[in-house]
Design a protein. Structure first.
Length: 449
């Protein structure tokens, strides 16, 4: 076996070209993007509507998720079982879901059955029926999902972290509550579908072995008469950075032998000039196995098996957060190292080796993600939700390659400050309270908060 030192150096990173995208806008405002990909006879369809759980009324947290799940329970002409059977007949599946900024209806399958798959997507968007038995099933499954999630420490920590960082802003909600699930009715879902599912707020993406002209003709035929009813949801307000000093919230889980830590701050929009520097910064800090946080907490200290960090890109303002599940007895020591690495990112420049390694990792990940029609459709949808054009795909690697060490430090300085960081620790409060006391004010909150 060759010694790694004897291996030739890595070659230059190849640019990732933007896929050809044929773009049109229907008279009703629906944007249509078609990315033809020859070679594999499959197609992926995404109908993405702006606004997801961020559109939910304060009294109905998680309503968008229930709405999305209810869409597949049947339309005015097809039952839920018929919809599923037709998708399977086309060699694929039918999906609907909601995130913070969008609601998605999607289908995938054989390219030769493209028209059927597009018809299924249009049917869910235009003619959802929300049958009583179907809505009851959605509510039952939602209660089961919530019960399962609330048994997991990381979910509890993530829910508390979002609320601590965003407060009453819509991004502060990451799931329905038992009360909001109970309150849902077929009439409520029907009204929400009419209000939210609107062509002027939507993007139809089709990627795969298809003819763009045929796709545009099909979109005109199936979606041309689509319209919403009532007033559309207003734009999501920009989150406001919470004032105050560092705050540590402890969710008591008596008897737990480990602590789930979440530490972070607000980030900034993907359209910000420092977005590409922040992407490299996150990879250097905690986004890969060779990152500073992983090497410190796992390799050097042995405090945890899988620490990490990431930036969430939202239409308003996402987060930058670190996470680690550690033994109770090293909870304070682990938090100390997380805060140290955050400060190090904000106050020092990365090395040439770190820059090169992060650039190759991020460029490679993007290239891999675009190898399938589903990956292309997902990336085009994500860019649109974040307010970026399709050709951003081709600029991504070039822009990452232009990032300087000073740029990484500048972006890091904006998000890695520890003075007002939000810290959530889910674990046995009696065992970790003293471990955390030296780092700031401790507030114990109920696990159901």
């Amino acid at each position: 076996m060759n010694d790694p030192a004897d291996l030739p150096p890595l070659g230059p990173v190849r640019p990732v070209p933007s896929p050809f995208v044929s773009i049109a806008t229907l008279p009703n405002g629906l944007t249509v993007q078609v990315a033809p990909r020859e070679g594999v006879p499959v197609v992926t369809i995404r109908l993405v509507t702006r606004g997801g759980m961020s559109d939910d009324p304060a009294s109905s947290p998680g309503l968008a998720r229930l709405l999305a799940q209810g869409l597949r329970e049947g339309t005015r002409t097809r039952t839920g079982a018929e919809l599923a059977d037709l998708a399977q007949e086309a060699g694929g599946d039918l999906y609907s879901g909601a995130g913070p900024d969008s609601l998605t209806i999607a289908a995938s399958g054989l390219a030769t059955r493209f028209e059927l798959l597009l018809d299924l997507v249009a049917d869910l968007a235009k003619s959802p029926a929300f049958p009583g038995d179907g809505v009851a099933r959605v509510k039952h499954l939602a209660h089961e999902d919530l019960e399962t999630s609330e048994s997991e420490a990381f979910f509890l920590a993530a829910r508390a972290f979002a609320r601590s960082l965003y407060g009453d802003h819509p991004y502060g909600t990451i799931s329905p509550t038992a009360a909001s699930i109970d309150a849902v009715t077929p009439a409520i879902l029907a009204a929400e579908a009419a209000r939210r599912l609107r062509p002027e707020r939507a993007l139809l993406v089709v990627a795969g072995d298809v003819d763009p002209a045929a796709v545009h003709a099909g979109a005109e035929r199936l979606f041309g008469d689509w319209s919403g009813r009532g007033d559309a949801p207003p734009p999501v307000p920009a989150p406001v950075v919470s004032a105050g000093s560092r705050r540590i919230e402890v969710l008591d889980r008596p008897g737990s032998v480990q602590t789930n830590l979440l530490v972070g701050n607000l980030g900034f929009p993907r359209t910000d000039p420092d977005a590409h520097p922040l992407e490299l910064a996150m990879t250097i800090y905690g986004g890969s196995f060779t990152s500073r946080l992983v090497q410190n907490l796992r390799e050097a200290k042995g405090y945890t098996y899988s620490p990490g960090a990431g930036a969430s890109w939202l239409a308003g303002c996402g987060t930058v957060r670190s996470f680690a599940a550690v033994r109770n007895e090293v909870t304070g020591a682990a938090l100390n190292e997380i805060l140290y690495e955050m400060e190090r990112m904000a106050t020092t420049e990365p090395t040439d080796e770190e820059m090169e390694r992060a650039f190759r990792r991020d460029a490679g990940s993007l290239a891999i993600s675009l190898q399938t029609s589903g990956g292309v459709a997902d990336e085009l949808s994500r860019l649109w939700v974040l307010g970026l054009p399709p050709d951003e795909i081709g600029r991504e690697v070039d822009e990452l390659g232009k990032v300087s060490k000073a740029g990484v430090r500048r972006a890091s300085r904006r998000v890695f400050g520890t003075g007002a960081a939000r810290i959530v620790a889910a674990g046995d409060a009696a065992a970790i309270r003293e471990e955390l006391a030296t780092f700031g004010e401790i507030v114990e909150i109920a696990s159901g908060a």
